[in-house]
Design a protein around this ligand. Sequence first.
Ligand code: ATR
Length: 269
Amino acid sequence: MDKYAVWGNPIAQSKSPQIHQIFAQQTGQDLQYVAMLGDEVKFEQQLLDFFAQGAKGCNITSPFKQRAYQLAQVYSKRALTAGACNTLKMLDNGDLYADNTDGAGLVSDLQRLTWLKPNQSILILGAGGATQGVLLPLLQAKQNIIIANRTVSKAQQLAGKFRQYGNISAVQLDEISVQHFALIINATSLGLKGQTVPINPEILRLADAVYDMQYAKRSDTPFIAWAKSLGVQNISDGFGMLVGQAAHSFALWRGVMPDVTSLIEQGIL
Ligand code: ATR
């Protein structure tokens, strides 16, 4: 049976094994997919051992996306621009292929929500790895992007790097001018600490839609709860993005794209 895994630390909370099991059943594929706890020190050796034992591919999650990227020999363009990978595939010639399906997962989910109209203005909060992973697909979807970050130099660096792909600029988190955005995406890690993002609430109130790349089981993330309390009509956490990135990884490995909508909307997980 072909073997796959998700590597991260912590990893016990991961829903990826259940998601890929559902995809495998749905598409009639015979495969095994498990959660693997990466070691902060020995991660590279663990991953090489995993593939030496015949594994076909894996997902990579926090904090190993950059370290896994370094182990590959071949890269997709979206992995190269992200500088990180969430997906590895063993090629027939023994080379490791690195891909990044996070941005495709986000774009698919925004399309499912019908929030992705071309040439609209979107605000992305945060300029870390999560933001860098999604910028190329969002610019390719013709979104005009403003990145706001506490450390404005990181937002400026990203804007400079991605300007060749579309309309993108940077601003300091507490200097965003009050204006209308079609979509505001939270890509900071503040939700993990139970916190919202310190921006002027008026900016959220004016937004057509608010998306949090994080998700919380059976509850609202702090950012989603805040947007709700301000009366934002269209809100979503990142569960659909998680399922979407998984589906794009599955398609890369197995050559068949699973149906994500039923999984997201049935609320099975
Ligand atoms: P990830 O890979 O999840 O993106 P990261 O690279 O550590 O994680 O990025 C975390 C993001 O959350 C950054 O944009 C960070 O802002 P800084 O670049 O200024 O550090 C943002 N963030 C984390 N804590 C924050 C806080 N207390 N206030 C504002 N932004 C914060």
